[in-house]
Design a protein around this ligand. Structure first.
Ligand code: ATP
Length: 210
């Protein structure tokens, strides 16, 4: 059974950095990857675009391929979307299928501040997106929690449904939604930072233009 991997985020807006990370992870893991927009991210200021607008951009960006898909469950839930609740739900649905929570290296380093973070390892594998050729370093508490779980073999995680931390080097693309929003607010056209479907739409990027 192909693993199911999840890339969560605000996607305000979705950009080429997100799409490439999800795509390369799908290839390394030979997995189905779902992009999962968050409703009220617990650690962050509210998004500029509404949930409906962010979903519309994701739908447009994902058209024409079937490897990456969209999962809007966190938007349907009231209140903050805690990853642990989402993984409990997915685990109940997916049985013994390997689940992989994809996280950028920075997000992973902040894991000890997440709600019920120790439980995450019981529910899913973690796929940490790293920079090729750079050995990642973690804060002490986290390094201790993951020693014995670390692997660099994305295919090897299929042997179990959860609990490994797989380091996955992907092509580094220094694109952030913050930068994209700044460019759009300044009246510019960040054509090659965004999926072309967003740039060519007359309405999808309206929330960011001044
Ligand atoms: P913002 O600039 O608004 O903080 P962002 O561009 O970092 O947004 P998020 O929606 O917060 O985007 O990111 C969702 C997930 O995608 C996170 O796990 C993040 O680490 C990852 N991600 C974001 N940008 C990139 C990128 N350029 N390359 C690889 N992964 C990325």
């Amino acid at each position: 059974m192909k693993p199911l991997a999840i890339l969560g985020g605000t996607f305000d807006p979705v950009h080429i950095g997100h799409l490439n990370a999800a795509w390369e992870a799908a290839e390394l893991l030979d997995a189905e990857v779902r992009l999962m927009p968050a409703n009220v991210p617990p650690h962050r200021p509210p998004p500029v675009a509404s949930a409906e607008q962010r979903v519309a951009m994701l739908r447009a960006a994902l058209q024409g391929q079937s490897r990456l898909s969209l999962d809007t469950r966190e938007l349907q839930r009231e209140g903050p979307s805690y990853t642990v609740d989402t993984l409990v739900e997915l685990r109940a649905e997916q049985g013994d299928r390997p689940l992989v929570l994809l996280l950028g290296e920075d997000a992973f380093a902040g894991l000890p501040s997440w709600h019920r973070w120790h439980e995450l390892f019981e529910l899913a594998h973690m796929g940490v997106l790293t920079r090729p050729g750079v050995e990642p370093t973690w804060p002490a508490g986290l390094a201790e929690a993951i020693s014995g779980r670390l692997t660099t073999d994305p295919q090897g995680i299929r042997a179990t449904h959860a609990g490994r931390v797989v380091l996955m080097p992907i092509t580094p693309l220094e694109i952030s939604a913050t930068r994209v929003r700044e460019l759009l607010a300044a009246g510019q056209q960040p054509r090659y930072l965004l999926p072309v479907e967003l740039l060519d739409s007359p309405t999808l990027l309206a929330p960011y233009r001044r």
